[in-house]
Design a protein around this ligand. Structure first.
Ligand SMILES: [Zn+2]
Ligand SMILES: [Zn+2]
Length: 290
């Protein structure tokens, strides 16, 4: 028990030190400044080449979403997620050890060139996330959490990281075993994370960038806007793609009936959804009548 407690305290202080370092020292591997730089880049594009020209420059919930960006990227880990997850990983490994399993690695790809490992990680992770995203729409109690992301009514880059903290737990838990089974030989996934972060910001941006045939590969604002559409012909949603759109085309969940520029966004009764951070952080845990 004390061992788990030590891991918890150690992780907690390690992460606090990490965030402090990130804020104080700008360097090329620094997520904090990359997040700011990528956000400023897409915000400038929105200001100069807006798709919905009538949308306010400081759109509805702009500041709330800006806060979510830092909350979901750093603060949630800071307030304990990192420490809790390290304890759970240790508990899980100890549990496996009871059955004599000390190594989860089933496919060893660390002998591959770094670029091939990064590409594999990117594609595999995106496919896992596509499946998790579908679950968020199909399982009623998960949808209650995912509604935070879908409560956006005016779309802009910062909406990308507006999501309930339970989503972090669901995504990380489901991806843990498949990713652990693949023995990546690299520890630093900065490039993959920054690439995914940029595409995610792009998908939510108020800009129009025709991708040509690349739209069958990469998600984009003209596709993702339909994912957020308030009125859809199917119950559980469309266009679940995170970074890649190809999964939706392969599995027939793509839907772009027309230019979605002015499509109403949200879900039925979105106007009754809490619009404060506090209201949203605890949304999904309350019992409500159906
Ligand atoms: Zn969704
Ligand atoms: Zn979205």
């Amino acid at each position: 028990m004390t061992r788990y407690f030590q891991i918890f305290i150690q992780s907690f202080t390690d992460y606090a030190r990490y965030v402090g370092n990130e804020v104080l020292n700008a360097h090329w591997g620094n997520y904090f400044y990359w997040l700011i730089a990528i956000s400023v880049f897409f915000y400038l594009l929105e200001l100069v080449f807006p798709w919905r020209k009538n949308q306010p420059r400081i759109r509805k919930d702009f500041w709330l979403d800006a806060f979510y960006m830092f909350f979901n990227f750093f603060l949630f880990s800071l307030v304990g997620y990192y420490a809790f997850s390290n304890v759970f990983v240790q508990l899980f490994n100890d549990f496996l050890a009871i059955f004599g399993i000390t190594n989860l690695v089933a496919f060893e790809i660390q002998t591959w060139p770094v670029w091939a490992q990064l590409l594999t990680l990117f594609i595999l992770r995106d496919f896992i996330h596509w499946n998790v995203h579908r679950l968020l729409h199909r399982v009623p109690w998960l949808w209650e959490f995912h509604k935070v992301h879908h409560s956006v009514e005016q779309m802009g880059f910062a909406a990308h990281l507006r999501f309930h903290w339970m989503e972090t737990i669901v995504y990380r838990t489901i991806e843990y075993i498949p990713l652990a089974m693949i023995g990546f030989g690299i520890q630093e996934f900065l490039l993959v994370h920054l690439f995914a972060l940029s595409i995610g910001h792009f998908n939510h941006s108020n800009i129009r960038v025709p991708l040509g045939p690349l739209k069958y590969l990469f998600n984009n604002p003209q596709m993702h806007i339909w994912h957020h559409a308030k009125h859809l012909p199917v119950k559980h949603g469309v266009n679940y793609g995170i970074s890649l759109s190809i999964w939706d085309y392969l599995f027939g969940t793509h839907y772009i009936p027309s230019d979605g520029r002015d499509e109403p966004l949200g879900f039925e009764k979105v106007e009754e959804f809490p619009n404060t951070l506090k209201g949203q952080l605890f949304y999904g845990f309350k019992k409500r009548e159906k």
